[in-house]
Design a protein around this ligand. Structure first.
Ligand SMILES: *Cc1c(COP(=O)(O)O)cnc(C)c1O
Length: 356
C-alpha cells in the first residue's frame, strides 16, 4: 500500500491505474488490433522518415492529416479533430463538455475506459444495463439526464450494432452531447458520420488502432459539427499527435486503402468462420459486426487462465448481463484462429473435465 500524498487531488484516490493484467503470451487475441501487421506504405514511411520529423515539433493540430481523414470519411477538415488515440478524443471531449459533477451515461457492457475517463475528469458516471437484444436502454439512459451520452457501435465487447433509429432518437432527445464510438466501424460498414455532419450534438469517435493496424502510434479522431470539434480541439491542446504517427497515417490513407479493405474483408470472413467453428462445438457466439467474437463460455475466467497456460490469450468478461460469462476473441489470420481453437478445445476439456 502506498501512502496518500496530502497534496494529491482527492478525486484521484478512487482512480486506478489501468491494469488488465496482461502477461505476454505467444498468441494475444485480447486487444482487437490488426493481426495481419502493418500496411506497407506506412511501413515504408517509417523506414524512410527524415530525422527532422523527430527532432522538430509536429504540426499544431495535424492539419494535413485532418484533410486526409476528411476525404476518407466523406467530410471536410473542419469536421475533424485528431488525438493521441481515440482514448484521448474521449478524454478531451469529456473535459470539453462536462462541468464538474456532470453525468456521463453509458450503456453496459461497453468500453471499460468510459467510467475511468469520467472519474478522471470529475464527472459522475451512470451505467445502464443494455436490453436483452443488446441494444442500449435509451429510455433509462435519457432518464439520467446525461450531459454526455456514450454509445459504442459495433459495441465492445458484444459486437452488436446500434440500431439507426435508436441513434437518431438519442441525438434528438439527449439533453447534451452524444458520443458514438466507432472504433470498429470499418468492419461493420456502417457509420453515423452522415448524421454527425448535420447536427451539432453528435461526436463520432474513430481510431487507426484497429482496422489500420497502427495501435502503437496512437492515432484517434473525432468527427462532428465544426463548433463541436473545435471545443474538443481546445481541450486536447496543441502538438498532441506525434510527427511519426502523422506521416505514417498520411501514407496509410494515401496508399494503403486496398490493403486495409482486403484485411477488413478477411477479418469479416474469418470472424464468421470462427463463429461456425464455435457453433460446431456447441457454443452460441453473439452476432458480431466487429473484428472479434464474443462467445458465452461457462467459467470464462478459468478458461482464460487455461488458455494462457497454453500460450493463448482471449479476454474473459465474467457475468455479462443476459448472457453470463463470455470470452472475447480477436479475429486474425486463419492459422492463428486454428491455434486458438486447438488451445480452446484443450483448455475447455481441462476445465470442464470432459477429456476429448
Ligand atoms: C480499442 C478501442 C478504443 C481505443 O482506441 P485507441 O484509438 O487505440 O485509443 C476506443 N474505443 C473502443 C470501443 C475500443 O475498443
Amino acid at each position: 500500500m502506498t501512502d496518500r500524498l496530502s497534496f494529491a487531488r482527492a478525486l484521484y484516490d478512487a482512480v486506478p491505474l489501468y491494469d488488465p493484467k496482461r502477461t505476454p503470451v505467444a498468441l494475444d487475441l485480447t486487444d482487437n488490433t490488426n493481426l495481419w501487421g502493418l500496411p506497407p506504405a506506412a511501413e515504408r514511411t517509417l523506414r524512410e522518415l527524415p530525422v527532422a520529423r523527430v527532432t522538430r515539433y509536429p504540426s499544431l493540430y495535424a492539419a494535413e492529416l485532418k484533410e486526409a481523414l476528411a476525404s476518407f470519411v466523406g467530410a471536410s477538415a473542419e469536421h475533424i479533430v485528431t488525438g493521441c488515440g481515440s482514448d484521448d478524443i474521449l478524454d478531451s471531449a469529456m473535459r470539453a463538455f462536462g462541468e464538474p459533477g456532470s453525468v456521463v451515461a453509458s450503456s453496459e457492457p461497453s468500453f471499460a475506459m468510459i467510467p475511468i475517463f469520467a472519474q478522471m475528469n470529475g464527472l459522475q458516471y451512470v451505467g445502464v444495463t443494455e436490453r436483452r437484444d443488446h441494444q442500449p436502454d435509451l429510455d433509462a439512459l435519457l432518464a439520467a439526464q446525461p450531459r454526455i451520452l456514450y454509445l459504442c457501435t459495433p459495441n465492445n465487447p458484444t459486437g452488436a450494432l446500434l440500431a439507426r433509429e435508436t441513434l437518431e432518437r438519442a441525438v434528438r432527445e439527449a439533453p447534451g452531447v452524444v458520443f458514438v464510438d466507432e472504433a470498429y466501424a470499418e468492419f461493420s460498414g456502417v457509420s453515423a458520420i452522415d448524421l454527425a455532419r448535420r447536427v451539432n450534438n453528435l461526436l463520432v469517435i474513430r481510431t487507426m488502432s484497429k482496422a489500420f493496424g497502427l495501435a502503437g502510434l496512437r492515432i484517434g479522431y473525432g468527427v462532428g459539427a465544426p463548433a463541436l470539434v473545435r471545443e474538443v480541439e481546445k481541450s486536447r491542446g496543441p502538438y498532441k499527435l506525434n510527427a511519426v504517427a502523422e506521416q505514417m497515417a498520411l501514407a496509410a490513407l494515401r496508399d494503403d486503402m486496398d490493403w486495409v479493405q482486403e484485411h477488413v474483408a478477411l477479418a469479416v470472413r474469418n470472424r464468421e468462420r470462427l463463429a461456425v467453428a464455435l457453433r460446431d462445438r456447441g457454443y452460441a457466439p453473439l452476432a458480431s459486426h466487429a473484428n472479434y467474437v464474443c462467445v458465452p463460455v461457462a467459467r470464462a475466467v478459468d478458461v482464460g487462465q487455461a488458455l494462457r497456460a497454453r500460450g493463448v490469450a482471449a479476454r474473459p468478461f465474467p457475468g455479462l448481463p443476459h448472457v453470463g460469462d463470455t470470452l472475447r476473441i480477436s479475429v486474425g489470420p486463419w492459422d492463428l484462429m486454428q491455434r486458438f481453437l486447438e488451445a480452446f478445445d484443450d483448455a475447455t476439456a481441462d476445465i470442464y473435465g470432459t477429456a476429448s
